[in-house]
Design a protein around this ligand. Structure first.
Ligand code: PHE
Ligand code: CA
Ligand code: ZN
Ligand code: ZN
Ligand code: ZN
Length: 282
């Protein structure tokens, strides 16, 4: 896959930050900043030639939205999906959680269009609503699909927190995911091997939007740079950063701003998304 310029990802994060600032300081489900952020992503995808759709659902007395973007072409009986959540918590703008995954996915999607990628498989991106309320949007999406439509999805790859300020380089462990997930884990890990960055497999359990896909038996995977857990001294020795501190000390806090991003982690993980899109849809 191509080398995505991290400055282009940062530009999307700056837009999401401005949108939060102009809408009460967050991009949370049911708040105006959520729709404004999603509309920014959708407008960029529409201009690039994607077929986009908003899927509505209700949660906590408010309407929520998933944004689903299809890149025209490819074998729809073998659809590969890449996604992450677009909502923040209400405490802050959610730039690492999950502006980072949202922006990385958007820039890779725009690069697919710029390079006019013609994958053999069908490529679909998704930005989920109301993850922070309990994976509501992604669960709604999976449960709303007929079994014949679900059967066409051959993989789902998730990106939630990919620019943590004291980063780890984690790849979702395939052992606890449905059969077929090994290939996704390998493709993600292969990028980091080529880049000379060590990774660790991580048990993410049901903590992000891959969970509903996994429950449906769809192969899943993803990358993650760490949240509230503390970096060990062994991890600091291989990755740098600060042992004894959280991977993201601003996790779910007001200080999850543009300053709460490690640019190198964001760069590597966005390039890993690109590598996975190019490889898994070929
Ligand atoms: N889903 C968590 C959140 O948004 C973060 C997380 C991502 C935790 C991936 C573990 C693995 O708050
Ligand atoms: Ca890059
Ligand atoms: Zn670009
Ligand atoms: Zn969160
Ligand atoms: Zn998250």
């Amino acid at each position: 896959g191509p080398d995505i310029p991290v400055a282009d990802v940062r530009a999307h994060l700056a837009e999401l930050s401005r949108i939060a600032d102009e809408n009460g300081g967050n991009r949370a489900h049911g708040q105006p900043g959520y729709r404004a952020g999603l509309d920014y992503v959708r407008a960029r995808l529409d201009a690039a030639g994607y077929t986009t759709a908003l899927q509505e659902f209700r949660a906590d007395g408010a309407t929520g939205y998933n944004l689903v973007a299809d890149w025209p072409g490819g074998d729809e009986n073998a659809t590969v999906m890449f996604g992450g959540h677009a909502d923040s918590v209400s405490a802050g703008p959610g730039i690492n959680d999950n502006g980072s995954g949202s922006a990385g996915l958007l820039e890779v999607a725009l690069t697919v269009a710029e390079q006019n990628l013609r994958p053999a498989k069908h490529l679909r991106f998704a930005w989920w609503g109301a993850e922070e309320l309990g994976l509501v949007g992604s669960t709604h999406y999976v449960e709303s699909l007929a079994s014949t439509e679900l059967a066409k999805i051959t993989g789902y790859v998730n990106f939630d927190m990919i620019g943590s300020p004291n980063p780890g380089y984690f790849v979702y462990a395939s052992a606890s995911q449905p059969p077929g997930s090994e290939q996704i884990e390998k493709v993600l890990a292969d990028y980091f091997v080529a880049a000379g960055v060590q990774t660790e497999p991580v048990e993410v359990g049901g903590r992000s939007d891959h969970a509903a896909f996994a429950r449906a038996g769809i192969p899943t995977g993803g990358t993650f740079t760490g949240a509230e857990k503390t970096k060990s001294s062994a991890q600091a020795a291989k990755w740098g950063g600060t042992a004894g501190e959280a991977f993201d000390p601003c996790y779910h806090r007001a200080c999850d701003t543009l300053d709460n991003i490690d640019e190198t982690a964001l760069d590597h993980n966005t390039d890993a998304i690109a590598n996975a899109v190019w490889t898994l849809t070929a």
